[in-house]
Design a protein around this ligand. Sequence first.
Ligand code: HPA
Ligand code: ZN
Length: 319
Amino acid sequence: MPLPKAELHLHIEGTLEPELAFELAARNGVKLPYADTDALREAYRFENLQSFLNLYYELMAVLRTERDFEDLANAYLARAAAQGVRHAEIFFDPQAHIARGVAVGTVVEGLARALDRSEENHGVSTHLILCFLRDESAESALATLDAAKPYLDRIIGVGLDSAEVGHPPVKFREVYESAAALGLRRVAHAGEEGPPEYITEALDILGVERIDHGLRCMESPELVARLARDRVPLTLCPLSNVRLRTVDTLADHPLPAMLDAGLLCTVNSDDPAYFGGYADDNFKAVRETLALTEEQLRELARNSFEASFLEDDEERRAR
Ligand code: HPA
Ligand code: ZN
């Protein structure tokens, strides 16, 4: 039985499996530039974050209607449940859909149809986190938050993703201030490909409560000490790091050193359809390759609930 866990770093668009991509393409009359699912899987060889993002955004063309987003979320929730996920805080990228003429309401209402029945159907509680694309402008992020205002009762917080280098957190100061004033929780990707300074900026300027990835904190002993002291959660994604060549091999992953340094680490799947595994596949990979002890694995699972946005009583029920 997989350990009960919370998944805190999961892009719903990154759960689009090739089979569902072709099914939705047929349903919506979208032509994909791949002959079949095998040819598509062949394209899953990434050099870095950008080469992945190119394919990730291309395949989103098949997501058009509320029903598409509902089917996408249901497929993820079924897989997550089978991997021991009891609670999922799910990212979505509205700007990538708005750019294709799909309204934020279509995305949120479609996802909500699946999330509303998730506890009953899959035993998984859920939250939604709206992510801004950091390679788009600050004005675009502000307009996106504005467009999402009618749906804020469905959204627990905001995040920041997409191409990191050259797009420091400070660019999004104003939209994070607005999000905080609206009562939204705040997280951000930082220190995946970008430098440790981006992690510090995300904390100090954006006021984030969790850092997504955060791997490159290990280059700054002062930052590691601060993150450990303040128990800032890091949502690590080991299989993603291997596929996007953030680490050379899984055996080189700094997770054991991060745990030894007292960091509040969690293990997550990021974009599981693209990176070769869902939540428990990531747990299994680090257990086998990094020789983590059973106690360390239980610590990672406990951390995932502690780092979640669940209230204490909800957390107890989910564990
Ligand atoms: N990093 C940045 N942006 C993303 C990722 C990621 O791992 N996945 C989807 N968008
Ligand atoms: Zn991510």
